[in-house]
Design a protein around this ligand. Structure first.
Ligand code: PLP
Length: 281
């Protein structure tokens, strides 16, 4: 019933979105997904910093301080009473007569909702099957843009093949998942694509990288090949909703099966610990 509209928490039927909102016409906007544990948001600040960064890269002017949106998110959580789930926040460039050229005069439109989500325990405990397919997206995947056609098409294809996630590759290099970052482990070394324009620098990815460093696990932030994925000792995906989820099988452009290994389990537990500590702080 309660949703975010600008920096207000209002009843859903009080929100009206214009037919010529550029988010609706062009997918001209950005978003964030933040996880909620025991009624508290996890990693709120890093998510908002990325939100601000996506806005800057797209030249969308924030209509208020991000701290004001963050405060409304807290209010949204109080009003909805969501305990375990997600908050979704999006900002479109706003309304103007349909024209590719934006004028910098549009007023950004912010909306959002909180929702309970089902647990990812099954994926986290037993692992996922992933469908390996070509990365058909644009070249600014570092922006958390509303344009997700390449992602949703890959995810649908994965689901049709009985997989929980898609792993994308450009020519022979793996980039990321359709809605997650992908890591492989070989001889105790963790590899994940460097944070450049080919991937979204996941907040969970960043947590996992800093945890690996603390745990003296060697990480190489560099693109790995399909052949390396095929020969990996362990594979896992990270995202806000998956946290650390082992991959036990890949199919599609390559086929392989994996055990759920010690490095994956260690990082999964370490992240759960940080998450627990931060939301209970
Ligand atoms: N990569 C893509 C394409 C995503 O859509 C997501 C999350 O939805 C991620 C990576 C993981 O990001 P985060 O850990 O911030 O949720």
């Amino acid at each position: 019933k309660w949703v975010l509209y600008g920096t207000e928490v209002v009843e859903r039927d009080k929100v009206s979105i214009d037919l010529e909102d550029r988010g609706y016409n062009f997918g001209d906007g950005i978003y964030e997904v933040i996880s909620i544990h025991g009624g508290k948001p996890f990693a709120l600040r890093p998510h908002f910093l990325r939100f601000v960064e996506s806005a800057r890269k797209m030249q969308i002017a924030l209509p208020c301080k991000w701290e004001d949106i963050a405060m409304s998110v807290e209010e949204l959580l109080r009003k909805t009473g969501v305990q375990d789930g997600i908050v979704y926040i999006q900002m479109t460039r706003g309304v103007s007569q349909r024209n590719h050229v934006y004028t910098h005069k549009e007023q950004a439109v912010i909306t959002g909702f909180a929702r309970s989500t089902s647990s990812m325990e099954e994926e986290q405990t037993n692992g996922m099957a992933c469908f390996v397919t070509e990365d058909l997206r644009w070249l600014r995947c570092d922006i958390k843009s509303l344009n997700l056609l390449g992602n949703i098409m890959a995810k649908r294809q994965a689901a049709d093949e009985g997989c929980q996630e898609a792993i994308l590759h450009r020519q022979w290099q793996c980039t990321e998942g359709s809605a997650s970052n992908v890591f492989i482990v070989k001889n105790g070394i963790v590899y994940t694509h460097e944070a450049n324009h080919y991937i979204l620098n996941g907040i969970t990815r960043q947590y996992v990288l800093s945890l690996a460093q603390k745990l003296n696990i060697t990480v190489r932030e560099e693109a790995f090949s399909l052949a390396a994925l095929e020969r990996a000792d362990e594979v896992f995906c990270t995202s806000t909703s998956l946290e650390v989820a082992p991959v036990v099988e890949v199919k599609g452009d390559i086929q392989a099966t994996y055990e759920i290994g010690q490095v994956t389990k260690t990082l999964q537990q370490a992240l759960q610990q940080v998450l627990f500590e931060e939301v209970n702080a």
